[in-house]
Design a protein. Structure first.
Length: 334
């Protein structure tokens, strides 16, 4: 199989290295709007490189992975689908819920599969937590907690086009708590603060946030995000039910230091970023995409799923700005 990759920033470069290890992928063709990045990938990974999206399509690829900046996602998805190419696009779907809703409208009737890149769905521990919910062994779910704490902030240039903390970072948590519970969010309440770099405030963003999500059946989601977790990259999921509770991400690399006397867990070293924390999950996600490209299965995370997570993120941003609870129906556009 011949796969194309668009975007060679931090995540795109990481994906290039990972994709090279997938046996079903015979060749990889990459491109970036910055020619120097394309050349660097050619030299570093021995992949093929082209100068434009049009040249990528002409190179005979079977599917495309989009790792470009958020502001380019919807137009790139449309271009790939119009070219008849199965597509995997990194989250979020777009810079706003309206943009995602418009993409859904324009994709209506298309049979070209699109997969949204929420790699946590492919993490073995998180998938096991979902299986525990679905089996009923936890009883009815009262609370699901999802945490994403980055060890250091991204660049100002990244933040400028990211869509903000709720959409860029929290959207992973919003997707996973929706996926875990099998419920749709109906209301959120969110707050945020800035104690780090000034550029977050300059772009109308926060560097730390907390969100409470109420689901249709009354279950509560509690989401915590920050760009400044000095000990490492902390991504955890807890699911609390009337009969039992489970957790994912509580391993020896959990970046926290216990103060309990005589306890040495976790022994470390702490996870430092998504590259080490989710390497197996990304690999599983790409292996799934290969099956989608081959026509062996439908997309396991469609554009509509991504847009639902985006609506939660948009409602949280509105709640933060207006200091009040926000119903999902207030921001949803149909």
């Amino acid at each position: 199989m011949r796969i194309g990759l668009v975007g060679l920033g931090r995540i795109g470069t990481f994906h290039t290295e990972n994709l090279k290890t997938i046996p079903a992928i015979d060749s990889l063709v990459v491109t970036d709007i910055v020619p120097e990045k394309t050349k660097r990938a050619i030299d570093q990974f021995g992949v093929e490189g082209v100068d434009s999206l049009g040249e990528l399509f002409a190179a005979g690829v079977d599917g495309v992975i989009i790792a470009a900046s958020t502001d380019a996602h919807t137009k790139l998805i449309l271009a790939c689908v119009n070219a008849g190419l199965p597509t995997l696009c990194e989250k979020p779907v777009g810079q706003s819920g309206a943009e995602g809703a418009e993409l859904l409208r324009r994709l209506a009737g298309s049979d070209v599969p699109v997969q949204i890149g929420f790699q946590r769905r492919y993490d073995a521990a998180i998938a096991a937590a979902r299986a525990a919910v679905e089996s009923g062994e936890l009883g009815w779910i009262n609370t699901v907690r999802s945490t994403t704490l980055d060890p250091e902030p991204p660049t100002p240039e990244y933040v400028a086009v990211s869509g903000g903390l709720f959409r860029d970072c929290g959207v992973h948590d919003f997707d996973i708590i929706r996926w875990i519970t099998g419920q749709e969010a109906v209301e959120v309440y969110a707050t945020g603060s800035n104690r780090g770099a000034d550029f977050f405030r300059q772009y109308g963003d926060v560097d730390t946030s907390a969100s409470i999500v109420t689901f249709a059946d009354g279950a509560l989601g509690v989401v915590s995000n920050t760009r400044y977790n000095g000990r490492g990259y902390d991504v955890r999921l807890e699911v609390h039910g009337s009969k039992d509770s489970v957790a994912a991400g509580v391993d020896e690399g959990w970046p926290i230091r216990t103060t309990e006397p005589g306890i040495r867990f976790p022994s470390g070293p702490p996870h430092r970023f998504f590259m080490d924390r989710f390497l197996p999950a990304f690999r599983a996600e790409f292996e799934t995409f290969v099956e989608v490209v081959a026509g062996d299965r439908p997309s396991p995370c469609a554009v509509a799923d991504g847009v639902e997570a985006d609506w939660i993120a948009e409602a949280c941003a509105k709640s933060w700005r207006e200091h009040r609870p926000v119903r999902i129906g207030e921001v949803r556009i149909r």
